[in-house]
Design a protein around this ligand. Sequence first.
Ligand SMILES: Cc1cc2nc3c(=O)[nH]c(=O)nc-3n(C[C@H](O)[C@H](O)[C@H](O)COP(=O)(O)O)c2cc1C
Length: 188
Amino acid sequence: MILVALMVAAPGAVAAQTEHGFKPIAVEQDFNENGFNWFRHALLLAAGNERQSNAMTIGWGGIGTLWRKTAVTVYVAEKRYTKQMMDGAQYFTVMAFADRRDEILEYMGTKSGRDGDKARALGLHTAYTEHGTPYYVEADMVLECRTMYAAPFDPQYFKDDVPRQMYANFPAGVHTMYIGEVVNAWRK
Ligand SMILES: Cc1cc2nc3c(=O)[nH]c(=O)nc-3n(C[C@H](O)[C@H](O)[C@H](O)COP(=O)(O)O)c2cc1C
C-alpha cells in the first residue's frame, strides 16, 4: 500500500494524504497538544522501509525548533530493535492513537520486533509515505520526520546525577538522540 502524496507548491505546505482518512496539517498552526505532556502520554515511533519496518512505544521526546526547522526529538535505547531501523533510514514517524491506544502502546512497549511482527500481531496495517516511511493507518496523527542529527548520550557530559542514576542500572543501554525535521504531518 503506497500512498500517493501531492506536494503543495506553497512554501512550508505539507503533502496531502489521499487515503485512510488523514488530512495534512501544518504543525506550526494546527498542532494543539501540550508539548510538555505529549510524549509523556506515550506515542509510537516507527522506522524502516517497505521490506522491513518496526515500531515501539516512546515516552520521551520533545517538539520545538532547531536550525530554523520545526523539529521533533526522540530517544531510543541501544538495545531496541527499532534502533536498527532508525539508523538505517533517513526518516521516521511519530504516531498518536485514539482507538485501541492503551492496547497498542502496551504491546509495542513490552514486546520486541526481534521476536515477531508486532504490527501484524495487533492487526495494524502498515502504509508508507512518499519517502517510504512506515506508519499505521489506524493512527490518529502521524508526524513524518527527516533525521538531521543522531548521537548517543556521552556519559562524560552528564552534568548531574539524574542521567548518571538513570543509566547505572539500565540494561537497554544509553539512549541515542534523534533530531528530525518535521516534513509532513497528518491528522484524522
Ligand atoms: C510507556 C512506555 C514508554 C517508553 N518509552 C521509550 C523511549 O522513549 N525510548 C526507548 O528507547 N524505549 C522506550 N520504551 C521501551 C520500548 O518501547 C520497548 O523496549 C519496546 O519493546 C522496544 O521494542 P523493539 O525492540 O521492537 O524496538 C517505552 C516503553 C513504554 C511501555
